[in-house]
Design a binder for this molecule. Structure first.
Ligand code: UT7
Length: 424
């Protein structure tokens, strides 16, 4: 429908990136349940369906006691296919110079026809589990932040991921806060672990935006890309909780064992639905269900008033970030790394400089991946770890902003990982 040239189609050539793993080879069915990729609507899937939920591990009190929260692992997945600015200029009226100058983007990744938001998520999730030294059965919740689900509303992506991983102790739901989704998800996951209601959560940000792009619209098609990033959020009992659970004194519990650094130090979430029309997919929901007319009018693609969104970002996000830094009891000089939503390098620079920070402390990969919406912050966090730019004990400011309009900012104290450092 969208006219973007595929591997077998005419048009711009798309070269594979050497190091990216093949989705197919790393997606293996788990635990003898229906083969991954079998659609819930197919006969194969319904015949093989057996609901299963394992009991929680025994012998340990967890529910309802406060816990210190940390990010225990992270992973990312980018599709192998690269679409460069020069490739785009062969089929839409744009230039490499314009895109670089206005956005900082050089190239972006495009999912293959077989890839979906869940398959991107699954690859990122496997990396996150490996770096955390955990298995899918350690998870008791899976949250996927996305607005580009596999299906038209349900099932959610998180359930597809749960099944494919064999995470048979886990609940699963999606969060849609567009490009702010991952920061919203961080807040939800942190709260559930800190309260003791959940123990180990897989939080994914994933988008297959290429399926929502109008390849005839140069004002949007040059901006977006596909990808997924994932983190594991888990907790350790506070001294008080440990003492209560074991009937020991607080002094005897964790006194000689200081807790690991980690977790959210602050969180700021915001929304202004009055600006919803600045960035939206007009049709396909209850307001404008799919019809021949909606398809002819190209209403199922992302529409954006770029200037409005730009103005919103550079006016709202610095205030949200400043509030998050203040709530954490820090100043901007205490922030080791700024990991902002990768929409436009000009926005990243403007936000960091408005805060009084140095652009050298901003992590930037929008040049290689474009805007991956809810996936951009976790992909950037993961890449920052891989490149040694984010180390245990560092304070990192994350921020997302976009459709809704929504925004979110948080300060995280980064934690050490206890699994393999190179899951590839
Ligand atoms: O993830 C959600 C959050 N999204 C964002 O944060 C995006 C925020 N917005 C932006 O980053 C920028 O507004 C854009 C990158 C989308 C656009 O940059 P801009 O500097 O605001 O450009 P503009 O929209 O003002 O367009 C300037 C000119 C126009 O031509 P005229 O009217 O001046 O003759 C556009 O038609 O550039 C033209 N133009 C293009 N030219 C070549 C727009 N898109 C293109 C293009 N190639 N792809």
């Amino acid at each position: 429908m969208n006219g973007f040239p595929t591997q077998n189609g005419a048009g711009a050539s798309v070269r594979p990136a050497g190091s990216a793993p093949s989705t197919r080879s790393s997606l293996e069915p788990s635990r003898g349940t229906p083969a991954e990729g079998s659609s819930p609507g197919t006969e194969e899937a319904s015949q093989a369906f057996r609901p299963r939920r394992l009991p929680p591990p025994s012998g340990e009190r967890w529910h309802g006691t406060p816990h210190r929260v940390r990010i225990a692992g992270c992973g990312k997945y980018l599709p192998a296919r690269i679409l460069t600015n020069q490739d785009l200029a062969t089929f839409v009226d744009t230039t490499d110079e314009w895109i670089r100058a206005r956005t900082g983007i050089h190239e972006r990744r495009i999912a293959s026809p077989e890839e979906t938001t869940s398959s991107l998520s699954i690859n990122a999730a496997r990396g996150a589990l490996a770096t955390a030294g955990l298995t899918p059965l350690d998870l008791d919740l899976i949250i996927v932040c996305t607005f580009t689900g596999d299906y038209g509303g349900m099932p959610n992506v998180a359930s597809v991921v749960q099944h494919a991983l064999g995470a048979n102790r886990a609940g699963a739901f999606d969060i849609n806060a567009a490009c702010s989704g991952f920061v919203y998800g961080l807040g939800v996951a942190h709260g559930l672990v800190a309260s003791g209601l959940h123990r180990t959560i897989l939080l994914v940000g994933a988008e297959t935006l290429s399926r929502y792009i109008d390849w005839h619209d140069r004002t949007t098609c040059v901006l977006f890309g596909d990808g997924a990033g994932a983190v594991i959020i888990t907790g350790e009992a506070t001294a008080e909780a440990t003492a209560e659970a074991t009937a020991e004194t607080t002094a005897g519990a964790n006194a000689e064992d200081p807790p690991m650094p980690g977790g959210l130090m602050s969180l700021v979430l915001g929304a202004d639905g009055a600006g919803a029309n600045a960035l939206l997919v007009p049709a396909g929901g209850t307001r404008l269900p799919p019809s021949y007319e909606s398809i002819d009018a190209r209403q199922h693609f992302i529409k954006m008033d770029g200037k409005d969104v730009y103005r919103f970002a550079v006016s709202t996000v610095p205030d949200a970030c400043a509030e998050a830094i203040a709530k954490a009891g820090l100043t901007v000089d205490d922030i080791d790394l700024f990991v902002l939503h990768q929409a436009n390098v000009r926005i990243i620079r403007a936000v960091v400089e408005a805060l009084g920070g140095s652009f050298e402390r901003a992590f930037v990969n929008v040049d290689r991946y474009g805007n991956t919406s809810a996936a951009s912050v976790p992909i950037a966090l993961c890449e920052a770890v891989e490149l040694g730019r984010l180390k245990p004990g560092d304070r990192v400011l994350v921020a997302g902003f976009g459709g809704g309009l929504t925004w979110g900012a948080a300060v995280i104290e980064w934690s050490p990982f206890q699994g393999v450092t190179d899951p590839a």
